[in-house]
Design a protein around this ligand. Sequence first.
Ligand SMILES: [Zn+2]
Length: 427
Amino acid sequence: MTRLVLTNARLLDGDSAPRDGVTIVVDGDRFASVASGPHVGARPDDQVHDLGGRTVMPGMVHGHYHATYTRFSAAEKLPVGMEAPPAVQTLRAANHLKQALYTGFTGVVSAGAPYAIDVACKQAIESGTIEGPRVVAGSRDVSTTGHSQDGFEWHWGVGMTAQTNIADGVDAFRKAVREELKRGAEMIKIFATPGHGVVGTYPDLEMSEEELKAAIDTAHSRGARIRAHIANKKGLLDCVRLGIDIVDHGDGLDQECIDRMLEKDVFLVPSIRYPYEACKIWSGSLIDEMRRGMDAMIEILPVANKAGLKITLGDDYGAQPLDHGTYGEELEFYVKVAGIPPLDVIRWATKFGGEMVAGEALGTIAAGKLADFIVVDGDPVANIGLLGDASNFLAIAKGGTLYASRLDTLAPAAAAPEPERKLAFAS
Ligand SMILES: [Zn+2]
């Protein structure tokens, strides 16, 4: 099989500082070798590209993805997931997923979708029907009657909305989680608290502790993971203590929360680009609350980052005013607004994001790992803004398959040695 060989690369492996003069060999869907110096052990059919010092880094991961959100606005008060017929939403999701791949995001972890659309899109991507990143398929939002995601006027008679699976009581929570798993969800999403842009009646947990525990234990007992919309300290500590895998938003985060999350190896998706953009154009009490949460998160994030918390990128793209396709701008956002060093934000996007998608198999560039990577024309550590514009990418690869590759436009690499020829004698 033809191997892809990238020589003279600046390697940004997703964890450590860049290293120049590296040769990377991709065989099938994995990195076969990653080593300093020239290409050794060349084979005649190797496809070799001399990168001339350009950067190779892991594909990025979006850790809070809503494939179906389409210029969705909380102000319109439409039941989430009922803005368009399911087939239309599926086609939109397919478009967004393709955008993710072509903007360098080779993995997305869903934070919820209606009609098992994530599952359908994942199947379509894996069968080659559509192009898209690796998808960790999400569920409907599981929560209780009258909670923040069930906040539509009762006289509309809407009942359970497309994106919400309402449950009351321990047995109902178990059943709701099992229903989502039956539909193919790999990541259960629950709304544990209101806040972070979500109106709610109940200040702390929106379910009993027993219901929360039932949801978490049921997901885990069937090998799935579970994430929660959390926007206060008590809710965060309760969820972490009971075994939540991912904290979404995490407003109220403080040192105690960071310590507990580190002990339990829990991911944080702070997702403050959405409030940052929303606060620029809207006002009101909901926005004021979101701004307070965001300001506090901006203060604590460098502390959480230094402490080694596993933080990832990802936000509510598709909710106004955040548009799909601008995911890569989030790296520069965290550098400029929260003062996170560029290399650390890159680690959030790659090493930690990859781990959220596929554990140890993904997220860094090393022999044996899955070959998801991007070739960047420039140095993202020196100029993090490069990652917000896909025109700076010379190639994007998922599992060794190249997308939007312009590698052939680079100066030709030194020719591989001629294959041995057997002499043929005319008789
Ligand atoms: Zn969300």
